[in-house]
Design a binder for this molecule. Structure first.
Ligand code: MOS
Length: 767
């Protein structure tokens, strides 16, 4: 039978979404529900001298106005205790605990009323008397710049050899500084929450990328046992990282409001409120140096980054230098990260955090170096290809980047590119070709999944992860159906409820690679359990047989020696009188399995903790795990107008085995579109006097629209990764954006001879 894995199956949730039946967080309406609206700080830095809430409180329908004056009870933020509880807040700040203001847009009060309109009106009546201090809003106007020691446990500062001396002595070299701007995720679905304290517990419908982090975080903050907190989120209208934390201030405020008024409360952010307090991509500056020998062999590489951070959220910053540590084998190397902590709201993960800005610096610098050498930039990269991880010296688990380069060049027609800029004209336009590499770490987290085989021929498999629009429902359904040998339409995959077996959040491009092996194992366990029942059932043709005499095919359990002898799994379940047979499995990751940590962890009964990848050598001490890809574009520039129009795109990705060609292609289309927005138009600007984002709606914040996006040719190399997991798949949610702005800027150089090093590439940059 042809594998269901890889097929371009349509989305399990497609019909629900196109008919409007898919319910998003803001659409849940509970009986007796009240509505909350935030009052936010109008300055970037200061202290509230007095907050006048009397008028708001006296307004018809208002149930509560809560601020620092009330200091609602919350467990204090204690990094150690939170790490243990796996709790995390997006802004590193608890709402309404103090009169201090640390960013513009910070929640300073929440107004709760019986209708949304009344709450929104009353919120306008809250008067804050503030001692404001001048805020810092750039990378340069803050005195608080530090050099973090580590990034997710690995070093944030690396020095190999003598990069300064190597640069001074390099026969050929370039040096340039690149800049990316503040950006916002702007998912179509703004953040929303419906919180309900009841029966000693808390249920929330939260727009989130995973149900476990909010469950752990709200349990921690409200001092509840985690099992007393239930988080539901069946559908997400885009996450891109901004819904990838346990709780933002508004999530906490919503639960505070429900506790205070004793009713379910809904709090939905307005689009304007999406520009502070729910994270963004911080501004990043990258100083690059590349030095080669006379033939273009790289002798040194330095990438020194400065990026925006916030004092309240020390852990997160754009790890823009990391990509330089993976791509090119430079014997003399420096990677440095500096973080400028200013009064813009705390930044957070945004699609390919680190690599998205990092690739702009790194891959433009490669293009500049190639131009300096008079060499084709593709040839320059091939010549400096990292056969092993340049930092650790470990082999890559699987790296097919060379094939990506070759195929991408074919698809875009790279042969037509002229090495010298300004050689190709079409009427008033200059034509250019550009390319860039992409990479993203291939991570995994421990994940559980279950499988139920029913007597009527159906199966249901589930975990508590969230489909943020990626196609998670669909690919896990395929993995389950394929493992069970059931037709796709007989299998349903469930997600989005913290009660289901624990899975990681959809972030870090790790959901698929983490959950898929757990689904395989849970389904296989369920099949074995069902077959076991048959061996003990006199009515079964498998009666008296041993499990190892039995194999599974097309939803049947049959004898290995005689595949004509056996019966359908569903028939065995049906005869047993049980409604279903269920198995649950927790798949370990490289680290947790190696340290045997996973085996000590508690799981939800009846989940078995095993290593479903036992046959896979996934030892992370032996391999370096990354996805790779190549971006190619053709564009035209109108020099008089300073405008860029993309004409064609080709992207080839190496992400291991592809589970669904339709949803995988969509992920890459979305990533490239996201990158085109980053390259050409997306930018959040701030008023230096108040730190207020004055770009704060989708009319002023320009995401790429259809008119900006050309044909995008997407291909995958599709060599299964033999080491990452038993399925062979790596993640693809983020890598699609990586390298897009660099490919565009490099093509602009090829067209015009002008280097643009400051995103976005708006017409003024041509002046
Ligand atoms: Mo991703 S930026 O880790 O949701």
């Amino acid at each position: 039978m042809k594998s269901i894995i890889g097929q371009p199956a349509t989305r399990q949730d497609a019909k629900l979404k196109v008919t409007g039946a898919a319910k998003y967080s803001a659409e849940f309406a509970l009986p007796n529900m009240a509505y909350a609206v935030l009052v936010t700080a109008p300055v970037g830095r200061g202290t509230i001298r007095n907050l006048d809430v009397a008028q708001a409180r006296g307004t018809t329908g208002v149930l509560a106005v809560i601020s620092y004056q009330d200091k609602p009870q919350l467990r204090a933020l204690d990094p150690k205790a939170m790490a243990k509880a796996q709790a995390q807040t997006g802004e590193g700040l608890l709402p309404f605990q103090s009169p201090d203001i640390v960013y513009n847009g910070q929640a300073i009060a929440v107004v709760v009323a019986d209708t949304y309109e009344r709450a929104r009106y009353a919120a306008t009546l809250v008067k804050a008397d503030i001692d404001a201090l001048p805020p810092s809003t750039t990378l340069r106007d803050t005195p608080h710049i530090d050099a973090p020691a580590s990034i997710h446990g690995s070093p944030a500062q690396i020095m190999r050899g003598t990069p300064d001396a190597a640069y001074a002595n390099a026969p050929r070299k370039i040096e340039a500084t690149y800049h990316t701007t503040n950006e916002h995720h702007n998912p179509i679905e703004p953040h929303a929450n419906v919180a309900h304290f009841h029966d000693g517990g808390l249920t929330v419908y939260q727009a989130t990328q995973g149900t476990s982090p909010p469950q752990a975080t709200l349990a921690y903050l409200f001092e509840l046992a985690p099992e007393k907190v239930r988080v539901i989120n069946y559908f997400t209208g885009g996450g891109f990282g901004c819904k990838g934390t346990g709780a933002w201030g508004h999530d906490i405020a919503c639960a505070i409001a429900s506790r205070a008024v004793g009713r379910p409360v809904k709090l939905a952010l307005m689009r304007q409120q999406m520009f502070a307090g729910v994270g963004h991509r911080g501004e990043t500056e990258m100083a690059m140096q590349v030095g080669t020998d006379a033939d273009g062999k790289m002798e040194m590489l330095a990438m020194k980054t400065l990026t925006q951070g916030h004092q309240n959220q020390p852990q997160f910053f754009e790890t823009a230098g990391l990509m330089s540590n993976v791509m090119y084998p430079a014997p003399n190397y420096e990677m440095a990260h500096r973080v400028a902590r200013n009064n813009i709201a705390p930044p957070t993960y945004m699609r390919a955090p680190g690599e998205a800005p990092g690739a702009f610096g790194l891959e433009c610098a490669m293009d500049e170096m190639a131009a300096e050498l008079g060499m084709d930039p593709l040839k320059f990269r091939m010549q400096n290809y990292a056969g092993v991880d340049p930092d650790s010296g470990l082999p890559f688990s699987s790296k097919q980047l060379q094939k990506c380069y070759e195929r991408g060049a074919q698809l875009i027609g790279w042969d037509a590119r002229q090495q010298q800029p300004r050689q190709t004209r079409e009427g008033r336009y200059l034509i250019g070709y550009g390319m860039a590499s992409a990479t993203y770490p291939a991570n995994r987290q421990p994940a559980s999944a279950n499988c139920r085989i029913y007597g009527d021929g159906r199966a249901v498999s589930a975990c508590n992860g969230v489909d943020i629009g990626t196609g998670a429902y669909t690919v896990f359904r395929q993995v389950a159906a394929d493992t069970l040998g059931f037709p796709l339409y007989k299998v349903v995959f469930e997600l989005g409820d913290s009660k289901l077996p624990t899975a990681p959040q959809a972030g870090g491009s790790w959901l698929t690679a983490s959950v898929a092996p757990a689904v395989v194992e849970a389904c296989e366990m369920a099949m074995r359990d069902v077959a076991q029942m048959a061996t003990k059932d006199r009515r079964s043709p498998l009666f008296g047989r041993k499990l190892d005499e039995i194999k599974f095919q097309n939803g049947l359990a049959v004898l290995k020696s005689d595949s004509g002898k056996g019966e359908a799994l569903s028939a065995i379940v049906k005869r047993s009188g049980k409604p279903f047979v269920e198995a649950c499995c927790r798949a370990e990751t490289m680290m947790s399995a190696k340290n045997n940590e996973g085996l000590k962890q508690k799981t939800k009964a009846p989940c078995a903790i095993i290593d479903p990848d036992a046959e896979v050598d996934k030892d992370d001490a032996k391999y370096s795990f990354h996805s790779f890809g190549a971006q190619f574009c053709k564009l035209r520039v109108d020099e008089e107008m300073g405008t860029i129009r993309l004409l064609d795109w080709a992207v080839v990705m190496d992400a291991g085995r592809i589970l669904n060609h339709r949803t995988a292609r969509s992920q890459i289309l979305g990533g490239v579109g996201f990158g085109i927005g980053m390259a050409l138009s997306e930018e959040t600007l701030y008023d230096p006097n108040t730190a207020r984002p004055y770009i704060r709606n989708l009319a002023d914040y320009h995401v790429a629209v259809n008119g900006d996006v050309p044909r995008i040719q997407v291909e995958f190399v599709e060599v299964p990764d033999p080491h990452i997991n038993s399925v062979g798949c790596r993640g693809i949610g983020e890598i699609g954006i990586v390298g897009v702005p660099a490919a565009i800027a490099n093509a602009v150089f090829n067209a015009t001879g002008k280097r643009l090093r400051d995103l976005p590439l708006t017409p003024d940059k041509f002046v």
